[in-house]
Design a protein. Structure first.
Length: 361
């Protein structure tokens, strides 16, 4: 049983902790928080040992009535692996602390790729990470995760000559009241390519990919408009089957009448997903079109949750406890990835490969 500590219990950290607790081969060693806020109180109610990430803040936890199990060093010592879910840039500063205790660590996509030993995506390079000596590994960002999950199988099935993707990015998460824009549409960045294409190349180094980014006043999800020039011809039905065979890609059936991310979030809530999370890429089946060798489709990426199963798999890759296929199956089953309960009479699920099916079919 792997004991995993979570440093940072915010948007990603609380989801990672719950995902770890659901795994049959892992347990949460504890979580670290800088502030005794409502999230720290929720962690305590869930039974996680709460650690004060900053020594000087420990009295504030006592005043808030939140029991403290120790400091960050105590958590690191008690952990076989630490998942760092702190804000961008902080993780890189924490690396020396983890190294002091000889504890391997995972970091999130906000950290620079050169701040770690390697970058990780389960679909793209699990086996390479598992076979390496890397001990400090970065799980690539939500957008990079989303692109890697579709580009890896397309490369394997048809070859990819060139990918061009425009990322319509949410201005902030629902809880980030300090983010924007409020009433604007911003090229972000205005330079081309955006950082997402080079980030894909940290896990798929031979792939030709260019990306552009736009930030909009929305909080629900990111939306990608993807154009892939394939090396061999394919038709839309074949591509749809290829994507649907991926366990972390949900090809949204046209019959579901899902117009956009707002509907997808309602879909997830109606399915009983925790926090309305969508761990899968959501590709509109009706959007998949092929002209010659040019493939087009739209996909939505839930920035709060799509990297969560990747963090779980990255732990097993570091520990060498399972191969890629075994880990993905374990993670998916424990979380319910690939299953959507829609109504009492209709269930959209996935088959063993991840293909969408309906009880009404």
């Amino acid at each position: 049983m792997l004991r995993v500590g979570v440093n940072g219990y915010g948007t990603i950290g609380k989801r990672v902790a719950d995902a770890l607790a659901a795994q049959p081969d892992m347990e949460v060693a504890g979580v670290a928080k800088t502030t005794p806020n409502f999230e720290a109180a929720a962690a305590h109610r869930r039974g996680y040992a709460v650690h004060a990430a900053l020594d000087e803040r420990r009295p504030a936890f006592d005043e808030a009535g939140i029991p403290v199990a120790g400091d960050l060093d105590d958590l690191v010592r008690a952990s076989d692996v630490v998942v760092d879910c702190t804000p961008a840039g902080v993780g890189a500063q924490n690396r020396e602390r983890y190294e002091t205790h000889d504890t391997p660590a995972l970091y999130q996509g906000g950290e620079d790729a050169d701040a770690v030993d390697a970058s990780f995506n389960a679909r793209a390079n699990y086996d390479e990470i598992a076979a390496s000596d890397a001990e400090h590994v970065r799980v690539v960002s939500c957008n990079t995760t989303g692109l890697s999950r579709v580009l890896a199988p397309l490369e394997e099935a048809y070859g990819v000559e060139k990918t061009r993707a425009t990322l319509v990015r949410r201005g902030g998460d629902p809880g980030q009241s300090d983010r924007g824009p409020i009433n604007d549409i911003l090229p972000d960045p205005v330079t081309v390519p955006s950082h997402h294409g080079p980030d894909v190349n940290t896990v798929l180094p031979d792939l030709a990919v260019d990306t552009m980014g736009v930030t909009v006043p929305a909080t629900l999800m990111h939306l990608h408009a993807v154009n892939v020039t394939l090396e061999t011809e394919a038709d839309a039905d074949a591509v749809s089957e290829t994507l649907a065979s991926e366990s972390r890609v949900f090809v949204v059936p046209e019959r579901a009448r899902v117009a956009g991310p707002a509907h997808l979030k309602e879909y997830a809530k109606d399915a009983g997903r925790p926090r309305g999370d969508l761990w899968e890429n959501c590709v509109w089946g009706a959007s998949i079109a092929v002209e010659g060798r040019d493939l087009y489709f739209f996909q939505a990426i839930h920035q709060e949750s799509d990297v969560v199963p990747e963090n779980v798999d990255a732990i097993r890759a570091l520990a060498g406890d399972a191969d890629a296929a075994e880990s993905v199956v374990k993670t998916n089953r424990a979380l319910g990835v690939g299953s959507f309960e829609t109504t009492r009479s209709e269930t959209v699920t996935t088959d063993g490969r991840g293909a969408a099916a309906s009880a009404d079919d």
